[in-house]
Design a protein around this ligand. Structure first.
Ligand code: HEM
Length: 252
């Protein structure tokens, strides 16, 4: 056998392309797309988690330029994951109904990588923790992310180390690197919320607002409540200070 690296061997394509296994009997022609979009999303989640690790390391080392580069790439990846959902808008409800029973109780809500991204980014609220614990032991990937400070905490530490307060970034002569990092983190939050919103709209479009999920939730009514979750509440909060009664220090 030749040791030559080819496109197929480098990417393990034989293995990769053998992993799409529709369960419907007879096989429904739309199930392949359904599987591909989920699997592709999981691959992008893997790449996002990798860059989030890089982002955490950069913030811990207070390397602002490096952190900015990482978060900008995460934002590009999040846009791709959201965009992919559009392809399932072309899955008509009556077609999905024909193979949905073959999914059993499997559901995106069991995605360990998705929960790890949420945990790495900063979700710690009671509802999130309760939902995690309800499913049995917390998977190591999620545990690892929960054991680290949130992105907001890490960013505030960087600011503190630079002797700055959050509102300082939005005052003064001109935007510096820390301002751009803050805005890129906010952009990440927006991209993530946009995935949530696109997903809930897709769910309503396909199974309707009243149908429960295969994972046992209220379906779109449950998902709609998750759209408001925030990784960076302080980055949102700081904006209102410019419009409230209390002016930030140094404001004209
Ligand atoms: C036909 C398309 C889809 C439908 C009808 C659908 C439906 C649902 C429903 C009803 C839930 C709520 C949990 C439950 O009770 O099952 C859910 C959660 C979830 N789905 Fe989907 N989904 C679709 C596509 C996708 C895709 C392509 C992904 C990409 C990985 C995905 C990832 C997730 C994730 C991560 C959750 C958990 C969200 C959270 O708890 O905040 N879904 N999905």
């Amino acid at each position: 056998m030749s040791d030559e690296v080819t496109y197929g061997t480098y990417l393990s394509l034989d293995a990769l392309l053998a992993l799409q296994r529709p369960r419907s009997q007879p096989e429904h022609p739309d199930e392949l797309l359904f599987i591909v979009v989920h699997q592709a999303s999981e691959l992008w989640f893997k790449a996002i988690l990798h860059d989030l690790d890089g982002l955490v390391a950069a913030l811990e080392a207070r390397e602002v330029g490096q952190a900015l580069w990482r978060v900008q790439r995460v934002n590009t990846l999040m846009r791709i994951v959201s965009e992919q959902l559009s392809s399932l808008s072309a899955l008509p409800p009556q077609h999905f109904a024909q193979f949905r029973t073959f999914l059993g109780t499997s559901s995106g809500s069991q995605s360990i990588q998705f929960r790890a991204i949420e945990a790495a980014s900063g979700l710690r609220d009671d509802h999130f923790m309760h939902a995690l614990e309800e499913r049995g032991p917390i998977p190591p990937l999620v545990q690892r992310a929960l054991g680290r400070p949130t992105l907001q905490e890490l960013f505030l530490r960087v600011l503190d180390g630079a002797g700055a307060k959050l509102e300082d970034l939005y005052l003064g002569p001109g935007p510096g690197l820390l301002f751009f990092l803050a805005e890129a983190l906010l952009e990440y939050e927006q991209q993530f919320a946009q995935w949530r919103f696109k997903h809930v709209q897709l769910v309503e479009r396909i199974i309707g607002p009243q149908t429960g999920g295969t994972g046992g939730t209220l379906g779109s009514r449950y998902l709609m409540r998750t759209v408001d979750q925030r990784f960076f509440p302080k980055l949102w909060e700081v904006r209102s200070r410019f419009f409230g009664v209390k002016k930030p220090p140094g404001a004209p």
